[in-house]
Design a protein around this ligand. Structure first.
Ligand code: ADP
Ligand code: MG
Length: 472
């Protein structure tokens, strides 16, 4: 045995995953045990090679990121296979939910993997993995349809069954947290499960960054080939393309190539096209060509239904009165509904109390009293901070690392970490696709500076105040 022992980091990482993942997913996949440590790795024992391969694919990078976050140094994970008595895994058997057979984790029943999925689909796609660009839980099955979303849902479903034929292109628009990304990815997951079509999902921001990189590296040919070889192209958040003249031009040509070849395209946008400014007319006319559907905020009843479904997926029972309390208080954003539920579940697990109406009132008081806080977007923070320091919003998210820009960026990251619920990974993405360690580093820097620079704290307070006022 070596002298290294990182078991404590593993233990804490596992605890954190327990609160972050739904219970079924956690029980299914975190069936790993600490085995030993070496200088820069933790060795875990897993019950089968099937398990090991699945874990590697699904969780290895997430686990390693978390371990780095906890220990402050890079730690790899390695596996040894140690079959446990009576726990045979049937390697061939795969599972999922009835709509998208590879979307959900298999269900463990009496130590066997069982699957309720349809035979035909199962046989056709026995070896299929989750699509690397799509979130496995963004499926039609996990989406609650209300009167606010039935048009968009039905359109997405129809497209999934007949891609490239009936509604091409399709534009789904609606406010933040209303399920645009979930729906567009559900189409991807569905088609991925039943066919071998080449599906590309990306955000408009990522598309832009990739294009800029390709220009720099003189690899635009590869870039064009990549996007023009898609059978299904899903581009999220096209409002980001406003003012990005060259990227719009590029997308216009990609669009034409795919459209002529009857390849399906779906786009999402946070507002109707008529409210989009600084977008070339000919590109807008392309988006308008197919079907435009909107997602509205859910009604009270639908909000209750969504909360019930989320609770069910997390395998926790929440009293109806608590569901109603949340649904009454959070009206405009499904992500926020979910955040309330997650908070209550975490609380009840940590203090080992069941979720009663009193507990919910007390735990969610701040959230309900300052509904603005929970809806603060990273973009708002970035804009207010850029403004304050007189730098451009583009630079805030861009690559430049001069002090005049890096410092405001660190401040914005720090504030975002303080006043929003976003994880460091999500924040990194929003700050020009940076790694989560960059965000952690920024927060550390500001924390350190707070100790020595007495002007910093009042400045942060002023900025936070401005951000909170921003929306009013
Ligand atoms: P948007 O892209 O419109 O900002 P997302 O698709 O990211 O919103 O949705 C935010 C969160 O809310 C996600 O976790 C998503 O699964 C969930 N969500 C949104 N609408 C629904 C719905 N109708 N049923 C179930 N979950 C939903
Ligand atoms: Mg989205």
């Amino acid at each position: 045995m070596s002298g290294w022992n990182y078991s404590i980091f593993w233990k804490e990482a596992k605890n954190q995953f327990k609160t972050e993942l739904n219970e079924q997913e956690f029980t299914m996949w975190f069936n790993m045990e600490y085995h030993s440590s070496s200088e820069s790795s933790i060795i875990l024992s897993v019950p089968s090679s099937f398990y090991r391969d699945q874990i590697k694919q699904r969780y290895q990078s997430k686990i390693e990121n978390k371990l780095q976050e906890l220990s402050g140094q890079p730690l790899n994970i390695e596996f040894i296979v140690k079959p446990r008595v009576k726990e045979e895994m049937q390697d061939q058997e795969r599972a999922g939910d009835s709509e998208t057979p590879y979307a959900a984790a298999p269900v463990l029943a009496e130590n066997r993997i069982t699957y309720p999925a349809r035979q035909a689909i199962r046989e056709k796609t026995t070896e299929k993995q989750n699509h690397p660009m799509l979130r496995a839980d963004y499926t039609f099955n996990h989406f609650v349809v209300g009167e606010n979303s039935s048009f968009a849902y039905n359109a997405a479903m129809a497209i999934s069954k007949n891609p490239g034929i009936s509604y091409n292109p399709c534009l789904i628009y609606g406010g933040v947290g209303l399920g645009k990304t979930h729906l567009i990815q559900a189409v991807g997951n569905y088609i991925h499960a039943v066919s071998d079509k080449k599906i590309i999902y990306t955000t408009a921001e990522n598309f832009t960054n990739e294009f800029i990189q390709a220009l720099q590296d003189k690899t635009t040919k590869d870039f064009k080939n990549k996007y023009r070889s898609a059978d299904i192209l899903l581009i999220d958040d096209i409002h980001f393309l406003q003012k990005k003249v060259e990227t719009q031009e590029e997308l216009f040509h990609t669009f034409n190539a795919l459209y002529d070849a009857n390849k399906q395209m779906i786009f999402t946008c946070d507002r109707p096209l008529s409210e989009i400014k600084n977008m070339s007319e000919r590109l807008c006319s392309r988006f308008e060509r197919g079907l435009n559907v909107d997602l509205q905020p859910p009604s009270y009843e639908t909000r209750c239904a969504i909360l019930n479904k989320k609770a069910e997926h997390k395998s926790v029972s929440i009293p109806q009165e608590v569901i109603e309390l949340i649904a009454l208080n959070i009206a405009s954003n499904v992500r926020d509904l979910e955040a309330c539920l997650t908070k209550l579940i975490a609380y009840s697990e940590l203090v080992n109390k069941s979720v009663t109406l009193d507990v919910a009132r007390q735990q969610l008081r701040d959230t309900f009293n300052s509904p603005k806080d929970i809806s603060i977007s990273i973009e708002m923070i970035q804009k207010v901070v850029s403004n304050y320091f007189n730098i451009s919003y583009q630079d805030m998210k861009g690559k430049k690392r001069t002090r005049a820009i890096a410092f405001p960026r660190q401040i914005a990251m720090y504030i975002a970490r303080e006043i929003t619920e976003y994880s460091t990974t999500e924040l990194g993405m929003e700050f020009g696709g940076r790694d989560h360690t960059t965000v952690m580093h920024a927060c550390q820097k500001i924390d350190e500076r707070l100790k020595s620079d007495s002007t910093l704290e009042p400045m942060l307070r002023t900025l936070i105040h401005k951000i909170k006022e921003y929306e009013k």
